[in-house]
Design a protein around this ligand. Structure first.
Ligand code: 6PG
Length: 245
């Protein structure tokens, strides 16, 4: 595996299954090193985490002492019922948390039944109860879209300019509707960030993040440059194909 430090975090390039295992290893190590009374682990949305859940459930990849002593959530969410296939938490629950018999009191979905602003406020309160002041999550998974968005920071997102120093927010996104999301401040207040980007479709966006000179507003995943020391990118060979550095 290629493994090097960059301005946007540690970049690990390898085979998909090795990257899936590395994601677990990173979180398990962080869990061992940070004896948080309530270790919080946020998953994310999209197709990549769903493949990872299937793999993790089928291989029992996550050690039971981590599974049983972790509070699970998602770092961003669409305003749809948990039963929807578009629900990020719903997918995590169906594919991993329920099969692993995670206690319901360790499952923390965004309250999508509320109006978006109220849902974000309710989530802030839940996370405040779980985390010490100043911490958003212990471990946070992210993906990256073909347009270089991450979490729910799409190109032009006002959250990239000013997020009010809040860790979590509701944001009305053109063409996407309301989203609930960790903010850039919330990412900086997390212990470990793992970004998975797989497949040739991600190659142009990765090139724009790591080697382009466009503004943050146009390439939202560049925001990870503000927390590079805690960020690890897990990227397969197809996604890394355009990188020259
Ligand atoms: C979501 C996300 C989003 C996602 C990327 C990558 O809810 O869609 O959180 O940021 O991580 O779009 O998605 P893929 O894994 O499908 O490429």
């Amino acid at each position: 595996m290629i493994d090097r430090n960059t301005d946007y975090g540690r970049l690990v390039v390898g085979e998909k299954m090795d990257l899936f295992a590395e994601a677990v290893r990173l979180v398990v190590t962080h869990h061992q090193q940070n004896q948080s009374p309530n270790f919080t682990w946020a998953f994310t949305g999209g197709s990549t985490p769903q493949a990872w859940y299937d793999w993790a459930a089928a291989t029992d990849a996550i050690p039971s002492e981590v599974l049983m002593h972790t509070h699970f959530t998602v770092s961003d969410e669409r305003c749809v019922p948990l039963s929807s296939e578009d629900s990020n938490f719903g997918n995590a629950e169906r594919k991993l948390l329920a099969p692993a018999e995670i206690p319901v009191e360790h499952r923390h979905p965004w309250v999508v039944a509320y109006e978006p602003e109220a849902a974000a406020e309710a989530y802030r309160r839940t996370m405040q109860l779980l985390n010490p002041p100043g911490k958003a999550y212990d471990a946070c998974f992210l993906g990256m879209g073909d347009d270089a968005h991450t979490a729910s920071f799409f190109p032009g997102s006002p959250l990239l300019g000013a997020d009010g120093d809040l860790f979590f927010a509701a944001i009305d996104t053109p063409q996407k509707g309301w989203r609930l999301t960790v903010t850039p401040t919330g990412l900086r207040a997390s212990g470990l960030i793992v970004v998975m980007a797989l497949g040739a479709g991600k190659a142009p966006a990765l090139k724009r993040v790591f080697e382009g000179d466009e503004a943050l507003a146009d390439v939202p995943a560049k925001v990870l440059g503000t927390c590079a020391e805690k960020t690890v990118w897990l990227v397969d060979h197809a996604a890394a194909a355009d990188l020259t550095g």
